[in-house]
Design a protein around this ligand. Structure first.
Ligand SMILES: Cc1cc2nc3c(=O)[nH]c(=O)nc-3n(C[C@H](O)[C@H](O)[C@H](O)COP(=O)(O)OP(=O)(O)OC[C@H]3O[C@@H](n4cnc5c(N)ncnc54)[C@H](O)[C@@H]3O)c2cc1C
Length: 496
């Protein structure tokens, strides 16, 4: 191990520190030499803090060790053993594994997420998952986001036949709204290609509530139904003027950008060209020049960064009602947004959108971040009637999302089947309807973890009905020994 190299090997970026925003991916993989140098910094702790803080219990320590020894193909295979959406996760995960890395105490933690990404990109593993022999049971999964995909993978590995339904034509859920400069288009496809050996059938365009219901699926002979519909309905902002042309919601805006024919770059060029001439129409209404984004999460910052790339000459400002330190966005995304020239206005609450037939400004009030709202977060209240109008012609609202209530299905954890005597939940994530399970998560890996736990619970439920024992998740590549927790692992430090 190289004792001298203690600083993190810098992660290469497009255009280096002088970030000229474009739609190409902003981070680049390490070179082979850089990857080995970074991996050599790892202390190979006796207690695997990295694995304990990973919701997927990935053996990061082992991956990094394999990288340090230039065993890249084995490293990639090790990543894929615990994480079937690795190509996506290596670009979007908030790298919880790095939070408890002892190297971070006096410097920067090992760049675990980036090393894993590099391993996958070096060897481009064209592996196929291997299921156990069919057990004769069918399970329906409704919702093909990270949670539903993980559950489908986990169940199919155990020998179930899985039908995966989704209201949209394509799988991926909210992953389809993450901009291409953070998550390039083909990453999910790469991951799903490895599913080809599994008995999973995707059926898009099936909306729960109108086309299918969990109870109806049980009647069709499915042994269990897993509902993983996430939070796909945007939370509406109820202020005057919100219906004016020029007001958009972040997730539909971002998804439309990702689905734009010819790709986002074509749009960017069209917008840039349009800026030189008189205003003209675009798919989102008239081209905006000054953009205000309302919200403080990743969707808000992704929308702001996308708007910036569309060459809105007047600039992009994010308005957030709490203090900077309360922003729920990931610090990494926030730093990138600042470097790309996004402006921030904190402790301002939107109260009205003004305009004459089209958005002309957002009226905001200053807020006191004072009274706790009972949920552990500060609830801002308008401090005074000193209103300011921010001139703008485009407003993008990103104030959160909620489950699709029209689906008529139990949302995550609306009910848990309990043992009448002890009150303990019999099957984790089972709703009040016997055989129907529901869950999801607030990040990609948390959603995947919820899907994995639901799959385990569904397997226990079906196994008991059939009078057989539950099936532990087998090794996904057919090795005789399934991967357990890494040596020295004590207890998880993450929470669902
Ligand atoms: C812009 C943006 C950026 C993000 N960036 C990150 C990031 O960098 N890192 C990170 O970890 N997380 C990020 N997240 C959060 C992450 O995407 C979610 O936590 C994760 O996708 C949740 O997974 P899920 O499977 O629970 O739900 P979803 O991804 O929402 O998937 C639910 C699926 O159910 C389907 N569905 C919904 N209702 C119905 C119905 N009635 N009938 C049939 N199907 C239905 C939907 O079409 C969807 O495919 C981001 C989110 C957004 C919006």
């Amino acid at each position: 191990m190289c004792a001298f190299h203690q600083a993190r090997v810098p992660i290469p970026e497009v255009n280096g520190a002088r970030r000229e925003p474009g739609f190409e991916e902003t981070l680049l993989p390490y070179s082979e030499q850089a990857a080995v140098l970074e991996a050599e910094r790892c202390l190979q702790c006796a207690m695997p803090y990295c694995a304990q803080s990973c919701p997927l219990t990935q053996d990061c320590r082992r991956v990094v060790d394999l990288m340090a020894h230039r065993r890249f193909a084995e490293a990639a295979r090790q990543v894929l053993r615990h994480n079937p959406l690795s190509s996506v996760v290596c670009k979007t995960c908030y790298h919880y594994c790095e939070e408890d890395c002892p190297k971070g105490e006096k410097g920067e933690p090992i760049a675990i997420r980036h090393l894993e990404r590099t391993a996958l990109e070096f060897v481009e593993p064209d592996l196929t998952y291997v299921p156990r022999p069919p057990n004769g049971d069918r399970v329906a999964v409704v919702g093909a986001g990270p949670s539903g995909l993980m559950a489908a993978w986990d169940l199919a590995l155990r020998g179930y036949s899985v039908d995966l339904y989704d209201g949209e034509a394509d799988p991926g859920g909210l992953l389809n709204s993450i901009p291409r400069f953070r998550l390039p288009q083909d990453e999910l496809e790469k991951d799903l290609r490895r599913f080809r050996g599994l008995d999973i059938h995707f059926d898009g365009g099936k909306h729960a509530g109108s086309d299918i219901t969990p109870e109806g699926l049980l009647d069709q002979g499915y042994a269990a139904v897993f509902v993983a519909v996430g939070s796909s309905r945007v939370r509406v902002l109820s202020i005057p003027g919100v219906d004016l042309p020029g007001v958009y919601y972040a997730v539909p805006f971002l998804t439309a950008m990702n689905r734009a024919p010819g790709g986002s770059l074509a749009y960017s060029m069209a917008f840039s060209a349009a800026q030189k001439g008189p205003p003209r129409s675009d798919p989102f209404g008239r081209r905006g020049r000054r953009v205000v984004v309302i919200g403080g999460g990743d969707a808000a910052l992704d929308a702001a960064r996308t708007a910036r790339r569309l060459s809105f000459a007047g600039g992009v400002t994010v308005v957030y009602r709490r203090k900077e330190r309360d922003m729920p966005s990931s610090p990494e995304v926030k730093k990138d947004a600042e470097r790309e020239g996004i402006a921030f206005l904190f402790q301002r609450a939107p109260v009205e959108i003004v305009g004459n037939g089209r958005v002309e400004g957002l009226v905001v009030w200053p807020t006191n971040a004072a009274s706790p709202n009972g949920r552990g977060r500060l609830a801002p209240s308008p401090r005074s009637l000193v209103a300011t109008t921010l001139p703008c012609d485009t407003i993008i609202i990103a104030i959160g999302a909620e489950p699709d209530a029209s689906a008529g299905i139990p949302g995550p954890q609306t009910g848990v089947s309990r043992n009448r005597r002890t009150g303990a939940a019999r099957y984790r994530f089972m709703t009040l309807t016997d055989g129907v399970f529901a869950s999801g998560g607030s990040s990609v890996v948390h959603a995947m973890r919820a899907g994995a736990e639901a799959a385990e619970s569904i397997d226990a439920y079906v196994a008991q009905k059939r009078g057989r024992g539950p099936t532990p998740r087998p090794d996904p590549f057919g090795d005789p020994f399934p991967p357990g927790v890494p040596e020295g692992y004590l207890e998880p430090t993450w929470h669902l």
